[in-house]
Design a protein around this ligand. Structure first.
Ligand SMILES: [Zn+2]
Length: 459
């Protein structure tokens, strides 16, 4: 609906995405506190460094830097040989130091890309940068003894956070969903984060503006959508924005550059604040951390340690197990499902079952790989094969009696009256009492009639 409206007005959406993903490292970014804070007692994972107490000195977590560089490689980025951390200054209650350690002009990796589903073919979306920063604390607004209060939990403060910035090259809400899902899949394959939107370990921020179809220059304004915690809401917010901005542009005005949030109850975006520019943050090199340099050999070593990525696994599964692209797509969507499939195939081989049979069972029966073992699946598969055989015997018996009781229809069909088979199939289905695919029943009747004719000719 939205697309039609904007097309009619000759407007084209220009959408970029900033994605924040919390890294699953053992400790926080600049201290030894555990980064595994979800569900923990508030403020139990804190120390002078992540509380920003005066005099506390940060020490970078090497594991998190490796994670970010791996992600850079997986996103076809160039790993920078020299990099550094910077201070991004702003005041917010969840930021105890009054600044956030981030990266400004020398991020760990730059110039990558990701391939998503375009309107017709695959579409390449360029990735500007992948950088590392620290997460903030968490604010909760509550009412205690009748008073409105804000509670602060610093468990999340200092947890490593990677930010992936794309070029504004997407043009629909479907594309941002596909981009974000591809990114989530890659991060999970790398094992560097759960990238769980519900738990807040993955947050997406689309920036969106409209330009006239055919225009190449970027629009003179940009709306950023903040703190959206589901793919569905992100899509809805983007669609709402396309419509809202198109209305403003239609009245010959330019939408105001600002940050907006999504109100799920009202199903609309709401203004939050006018957008800061980079110079408002007064970035400067972090004086407590030395600049970092990497040798080219280190990036080669990192490349050799890379696990199989989603597109590689997809290709291998289609080739090795002769799966259709559709099946391979579903099986590789979640790395746990792909691993489960390959385990099950190994066991299946001993029982004479094909990879295709295993794939069908996982896909059609929607097997939950979290609470099923590959061996259990094979057992179910063998049992259901037995039932199918029994059912097959039962079906043959019913068809035979239907054929015996309807000699006229049988002879009509053998004389070439195709519709007679529909009648025989109808009779069979009626007696079968369980649901069956009519096409299969017709096929079966044809087979039985053909083989009985063959028997007659032979005798
Ligand atoms: Zn700490």
């Amino acid at each position: 609906m939205v697309r039609k409206d904007t097309k009619a007005m000759n407007w084209e959406p220009v959408i970029g995405l900033e994605v924040h993903i919390e890294l699953k490292t053992k400790s926080k970014m600049f201290c030894r506190c555990s980064a595994d804070y979800f569900g923990a007692e508030p403020n139990s994972h804190t120390c002078p460094i992540c509380l920003g107490l005066p005099g506390a000195l940060p020490k970078p977590n090497v594991e998190s830097i490796k994670f970010v560089q791996k992600l850079g490689l997986a996103l076809n980025c160039r790993i920078q040989l020299s990099s550094k951390f910077d201070r991004k200054n702003y005041f917010y209650p969840d930021l105890p130091k009054g600044f956030q350690i981030s990266q400004y002009d020398k991020p760990f990796s730059i110039n990558g890309h990701i391939e998503i589903k375009g309107q017709e073919n695959l579409k390449r979306i360029r990735i500007t940068r992948v950088h590392l920063e620290e997460d903030t604390g968490k604010l909760t607004h509550a009412t205690i003894n009748g008073r409105r209060v804000t509670l602060i939990d610093f468990n999340r403060s200092g947890v490593p956070l990677v930010e992936i910035v794309s070029e504004p090259e997407m043009s629909s809400s479907d594309e941002i969903k596909d981009y974000a899902q591809k990114l989530q899949q890659i991060v999970r394959y790398l094992g560097i984060s759960d990238a769980d939107m519900e738990k807040g370990s993955m947050r997406i921020e689309p920036n969106i503006s409209l330009r006239r179809v055919g225009e190449k220059a970027l629009p003179p304004y940009k709306i950023e959508l903040k703190n959206i915690n589901s793919f569905k809401f992100a899509q809805a917010a983007v669609e709402y924005e396309i419509e809202r901005q198109a209305k403003i542009l239609k009245s010959a005005k330019t939408p105001q550059q600002e940050t907006r949030g999504w109100n799920e109850i009202k199903k609309q975006t709401v203004s939050q604040r006018s957008k800061e520019l980079a110079h408002d943050y007064r970035y400067f090199p972090e004086p407590d951390l030395v600049p970092l340099s990497f040798k080219p050999q280190e990036s080669i070593k990192l490349k050799s340690e890379m696990p199989e990525l989603p597109h590689q696994k997809f290709k291998r599964l289609t080739l090795t197990y002769e799966l259709s692209q559709y099946d391979a797509q579903i099986l590789t969507r979640d790395i746990k499902v792909a691993e489960f499939f390959e385990e099950a195939v190994k066991i299946a081989k001993d029982h004479g079952l094909s990879p295709k049979e295993v794939a069908n069972k996982i896909i059609n029966k929607n097997i939950n790989v979290k609470n099923t073992l590959p061996a259990q699946l094979i057992k179910i598969l063998l049992e259901s094969k037995k039932t199918e055989e029994i059912d097959d015997n039962k079906l043959t018996a019913i068809i035979n009696s239907v054929l015996r009781e309807n000699p006229k229809a049988v002879s009509d069909f053998t004389k070439g009256k195709e519709t007679a088979i529909m009648f025989l199939a109808g009779q069979t289905l009626k007696r079968l009492k369980v649901k069956a695919d009519p096409r299969l029943v017709i096929e079966k009747i044809k087979n039985i009639l053909a083989s009985s004719r063959k028997r007659k000719i032979e005798s």
